[in-house]
Structures are given as structure tokens and as C-alpha cells.
Design a protein around this ligand. Structure first.
Ligand code: ADP
Ligand code: MG
Ligand code: ZN
Length: 453
């Protein structure tokens, strides 16, 4: 059995079916106040039911007032995902009964979401974004022994939902996409996307279709509320296995919502999926539709995104791609790096190698910590450079000259006198005024002498 077959077996894939996977991602926006009231949205760790008011408790007669920042941030996210921002958008009521939903409906967006039809580039692959819409989060149920308590602090916190087209065919791409998406959202500074706090939640939809079939499967299984990228990957892999086994027995997997058991690494049936009509969607009568002015939409500007930073670092600063990727993962690190570069350039240091490459290496290899003031970082960097750095070209020139001018030592070395090379190293170090590393010089000299033989 070759490796490929083996890994297919590991993942429960048979070559009869292709996975079809689409993702729904929720992220809580980190606005100061909630979506439709003035309660503070930062509920994490607060005593239960202390961030509540008639609006987010769903008391009769209370009226929702949309949070402008949340709307702007959803537009921003839509733009960053290359979506079309719809000039007309509205909120709708989505009805269902559950104790964490005090009004009996959730204010969400149905047929006129803020953003639609985007794309997300992941390396060479493109994944389509179906929509980005804005809604409100629900309260939280806390199960204690036989009792269930409810905390409404989370009720009404702004929540964006990003829905992809079912373009994924494997769990590795799913994980990579989700990680990239998290980085992107964090760059926009609209959500902390903290999986542990539940501010980013993942729902993969999985089905299988016959190889070569172009029709979408007649069912899909949604796995709800996953709170880690690794679990999302595991849940998808488990579903592929489970559904393959069913299909091979001639059965069609049930269309349903499943949960994920983290300890066992398996999914389990929760409920059969509601049909759209069960939600009885209708336009929210208390919030008139929005009609955005072009000027307003233009003012929402997308900052430089992680992949754009990577390209800029590689093309204008000639950093290695891996280095650029490491530097840009966390926006704070990238910003620190850029501030050091700009301050350093003002100093016009006589660094022979491009400063960007030198500083990038120091940060990526953690040679100097970045929790210190930039000025101190720069001092330490310059200190280090004195000891080690000499431009490659200058170095090559100096070494060439040394070899040329010390024919006798070169001959001695070639004749087997190992020690002769140290004489050459000494000459080179003097010429370079000690700015180079003796070990490096020795190696380079030895190479040079052997090559010229
Ligand atoms: P629902 O109305 O049940 O939420 P949607 O058609 O709106 O279903 O799709 C929700 C998510 O499911 C989207 O991410 C979409 O890409 C994905 N999806 C749709 N059909 C399938 C399928 N057959 N298999 C896997 N995922 C699917
Ligand atoms: Mg859904
Ligand atoms: Zn409130």
C-alpha cells in the first residue's frame, strides 16, 4: 500500500466519495456596547446578569437601536473578504424557542445581509464567501447539577456570521482557512477571536458526494459550536469516516445538527435540522432598512492585511517568505518591527546588510526580546551588528585580497599545513577591524583556497 492510500485510510476516505464542506463562523465584535442597547458588551468574567437592560432581556415594549460601530465593522470585514457591500440592508427576526433567547426570536439578517459574494485566497486556492451578516448573540445557559441557570450578559452582544460556499474538500484546508481568517479578523481589530472565551465559534457542514458527480449531495450534516481549530479538523475527519461507512452500507446520512465530543473525538446527534420555514423569518419592524451612502461606504477603509504585509516584506525588503510569515502573524509584532525599521532608518546606521533583513532575523530568532522599548531594541541590535555583521560583498573582496597577497600561506595550507589558515584569518580580521566572526571567516577562507586550487 502506498503512502497516499494509507493516509486515505487513516482519514476514513474511500476513493468512492469526495467530501463537500462549507463553513459557518461566528465572531463576537469587540464594540464597547451591545448590538441594540447601551449595556457594556464586555461580559467575560462579569457576575451573571449584571450587563442587562429591558432591550437585551427582551422585555415587552423595549426598542432596539442598532450599534453604528458594529455595522461599520461588519462592512469592514465584508470588504476585507472581497465581498460586495450591499447598499440596502436590513435586519430580520429569526424565531425559535430556547431559554437563552428571551424575545423568542433573534435579530439577524436573512435575505439582505450587509455583505455577499466574497473570495478568500489561501495560498493558490480560492474559497468563496457566500455572505457576512450581523446579528445578536444569545444568553448563556449554565448547568449546575439538576438546575439550569441563565446568564443574559451575553444576550445582545454583536455577532458577525461569515458563511462560505461549500468549496472545501478536506480537513487540512478547513483548519488552514480558519487560522488565516482569525488572523485577518484580528488585523481588522474588530474581534479578539478568542476561541477559549467563545468569541469565535466554528460550524463545519459536511457531506459526501460520489466521485465524478457534479450534483450536490441531497443532505448535509452541521457540526455546531466547535471552539478550536484542531477540533474543527477532527470533527470533519470523523464525519467523513462516519458518513462513508453509512453510504457504503447503502444508507443516506440523516440531515441533522451534531455536537462534537472533545474527549472522545467523535460527533453525536443533537437534533434534526430546522427547515428555513421553521424560523418564520420576517423583517424586523422596529428597525427600518439601511440605505448606505456611497460616501459612508468609502470611508470604511481596509488596513494593510496580513498577506499584503507578507508580499511587501518579501518584495520591497527582500525578507525570506517564512520570516515574513512569522513576523506578520501577530499584528503587534509586525507593527513593532516596522517601527524599529523606521526609527533605525532615521538614524542612518552604517549597516552594510539591509536593516530590514537584520532586524527581521533578530525578531524571528528571538535574539532580542520585543517587550522592550524600540530605542533599546535598536541599541542592542547595533551592538550585536558591530560584532557580527559585514556585508557579504565587502567580505568577499577582503578575503580575495588576503588570498592574493599571501600566496605563501595559501601554498602552505594547500601543502597540508592546517595552521596556515589561521594566519590568513588573522590578516582578514585585522582588515575588517574585528567586525566579523572568526569562525565564519575561517570557513569562507578555507572554501576559497580550496576552490582556487
Ligand atoms: P442552512 O440554511 O441549513 O444554514 P445553507 O445552504 O445556508 O444551509 O448553508 C449553510 C452552510 O452549509 C454553508 O457554509 C454552505 O456552504 C454549507 N453547505 C451547503 N450545502 C452543503 C453540502 N451539501 N455539504 C456541505 N456543506 C454544505
Ligand atoms: Mg446554519
Ligand atoms: Zn441591554
Amino acid at each position: 500500500m502506498n503512502r497516499c492510500m494509507e493516509s486515505m485510510k487513516d482519514h476514513g476516505l474511500s476513493n468512492q466519495y469526495n467530501p463537500v464542506i462549507g463553513l459557518e463562523i461566528h465572531a463576537e465584535l469587540s464594540t464597547r456596547s451591545k448590538m441594540f442597547c447601551q449595556c457594556l458588551a464586555d461580559y467575560f468574567g462579569q457576575p451573571p446578569n449584571t450587563h442587562v437592560c429591558p432591550v437585551c432581556l427582551g422585555l415587552p415594549g423595549a426598542l432596539p437601536v442598532p450599534n453604528r460601530k458594529a455595522v461599520e465593522w461588519t462592512i469592514l470585514l465584508g470588504k476585507a473578504l472581497n465581498c460586495k457591500i450591499n447598499k440596502i440592508t436590513k435586519f430580520d427576526r429569526k424565531h425559535y424557542f430556547y431559554p437563552d433567547l428571551p424575545k423568542g426570536y433573534q435579530i439577524s439578517q436573512y435575505d439582505e445581509p450587509i455583505a455577499t459574494g466574497g473570495i478568500f485566497q489561501l495560498g493558490k486556492k480560492t474559497f468563496r464567501i457566500r455572505r457576512v451578516h450581523l446579528e445578536e448573540d444569545t444568553g448563556k445557559l449554565i448547568h449546575k447539577g439538576d438546575e439550569t441557570l441563565v446568564d443574559f450578559n451575553r444576550s445582545g452582544v454583536p455577532l458577525v456570521e461569515i458563511v462560505t460556499e461549500p468549496d472545501f474538500t478536506n480537513s487540512t484546508d478547513v483548519k488552514a482557512f480558519l487560522e488565516e481568517l482569525q488572523t485577518l479578523i484580528r488585523y481588522l481589530e474588530v474581534s479578539d477571536c478568542d476561541m477559549e472565551k467563545g468569541s469565535m465559534r466554528l460550524e463545519p457542514n459536511v457531506s459526501l458526494r460520489k466521485l465524478k458527480s457534479t450534483k450536490m449531495p441531497a443532505y448535509k450534516v452541521e457540526v455546531k459550536n466547535i471552539n478550536s481549530f484542531r477540533f474543527a479538523q477532527k470533527a470533519v475527519e470523523y464525519e467523513i469516516k462516519r458518513q462513508t461507512a453509512l453510504l457504503q452500507k447503502g444508507e443516506t446520512p440523516t440531515q441533522e445538527t451534531r455536537g462534537f465530543n472533545e474527549t472522545k473525538g467523535i460527533t453525536f446527534s443533537q437534533r434534526s435540522k430546522e427547515e428555513e420555514q421553521d424560523y418564520r423569518y420576517f423583517p424586523e419592524p422596529d428597525i427600518p432598512p439601511f440605505v448606505f451612502e456611497t460616501k459612508f461606504l468609502e470611508k470604511v477603509e481596509v488596513p494593510e492585511l496580513p498577506h499584503e504585509k507578507v508580499e511587501r516584506y518579501v518584495s520591497t525588503w527582500k525578507l525570506r517568505r517564512e520570516e515574513a510569515l512569522l513576523l506578520t502573524r501577530d499584528k503587534k509584532v509586525a507593527q513593532y518591527f516596522e517601527r524599529v525599521i523606521s526609527k533605525l532608518n532615521q538614524k542612518k546606521p552604517d549597516m552594510v546588510k539591509p536593516v530590514e533583513q537584520t532586524i527581521a532575523k533578530l525578531i524571528v530568532n528571538k535574539k532580542i526580546p520585543i517587550d522592550i522599548a524600540e530605542s533599546e531594541f535598536i541599541e542592542r541590535a547595533l551592538e550585536k551588528r558591530k560584532k557580527h555583521e559585514v556585508d557579504e560583498k565587502i567580505l568577499a573582496g577582503v578575503l580575495g585580497k588576503i588570498v592574493e597577497e599571501n600566496k605563501k600561506a595559501v601554498e602552505d595550507y594547500r601543502g597540508g599545513k592546517e595552521g596556515a589558515v589561521m594566519f590568513l584569518v588573522g590578516q582578514a580580521m585585522r582588515e575588517l577591524k574585528g567586525k566579523a566572526d572568526a569562525v565564519v571567516i575561517r570557513e569562507k577562507l578555507m572554501k576559497l583556497v580550496r576552490r582556487d586550487q
